[in-house]
Design a protein around this ligand. Structure first.
Ligand code: ADP
Ligand code: TYD
Length: 204
């Protein structure tokens, strides 16, 4: 039985929601107990986050709202992990490092490091982070039809966010997949990466 904490990351339109759902369905069909969750959450803190970027409260206030939503979400994530489930999360801490890291440029020194220092001591570190890498133009094309494009989906910002993700992905916790392929192909690769990384060590 697989257990652990897996996060899905990437720019808007990279396929996180589609792929994390397909991975959850497929692993459930194989008999694993899977809890699929998402950030911003569906709680009032998640609503506050969405309101913050609709009303543009500024990058600093917005950053701490994302962190607050995550801190509350962790109670639920930890409970599922304690129950030995496999927790899949569609966006998590690296979204804050990548997006607010870009938004805080010019406002604080070394924004990604600033955000990491503010959260690393309490935010659970994922066992595996799957980064869906895709050119910003293709991602943008995929989400053009969305009824309401939010500010963060601006092409210039998405390129900065993508560069931040590439920087973060140097950590061994990351598995980088080419998200421009079919959702089915990406899903198969995501599942094998999860199985490989979370496999219990063989008894000697
Ligand atoms: P995200 O959660 O990263 O913003 P979504 O999963 O919502 O991305 O996908 C954005 C859009 O692109 C959706 O309309 C979805 O159906 C489509 N899509 C997702 N993955 C793929 C893929 N691999 N190939 C083509 N289209 C995709
Ligand atoms: P959503 O529509 O859920 O994104 P997606 O395009 O991935 O389906 O909107 C979430 C937006 O919030 C998205 O633009 C990324 C942004 N975001 C941050 O800026 N920081 C964060 O920490 C998180 C979790 C999301």
């Amino acid at each position: 039985m697989l257990t652990g904490f897996v996060t899905f990351e990437g720019i808007d339109g990279s396929g996180k929601t589609t792929v994390s759902r397909l991975v959850a369905e497929s692993l459930r069909a194989k008999g694993h107990r899977v809890h699929l969750t998402i950030e911003p959450t569906k709680s009032w803190l998640g609503d506050a986050v969405r309101r913050a970027y609709d009303d543009d409260v500024g990058a600093i206030a917005e950053s701490f709202l994302f962190l607050a939503d995550r801190a509350a979400h962790l109670t639920d994530i930890r409970a599922h992990l304690q129950n030995r489930e496999l927790v899949l999360c569609d966006r998590y801490a690296d979204s804050t490092y990548a997006y607010q890291g870009a938004r805080l440029e010019g406002l604080v020194k070394d924004p990604i490091h600033f955000l990491q220092r503010a959260s690393e001591s309490w935010a659970l570190r994922p066992d595996v982070t799957i980064l869906l890498r895709i050119p910003a133009e293709l991602a943008r094309k995929r989400i053009e039809g969305r009824p309401r494009l939010i500010r963060f989906e601006d092409l210039a910002l998405l390129k900065k966010v993508a560069a931040n993700y590439d920087r973060l992905a140097r950590s061994r916790r990351f598995v980088v997949l080419d998200g421009a392929r079919s959702a089915e192909a990406v899903t198969l690769d995501a599942i094998s990466a999860i199985e490989r990384r979370l496999k219990p060590p063989r008894k000697r």
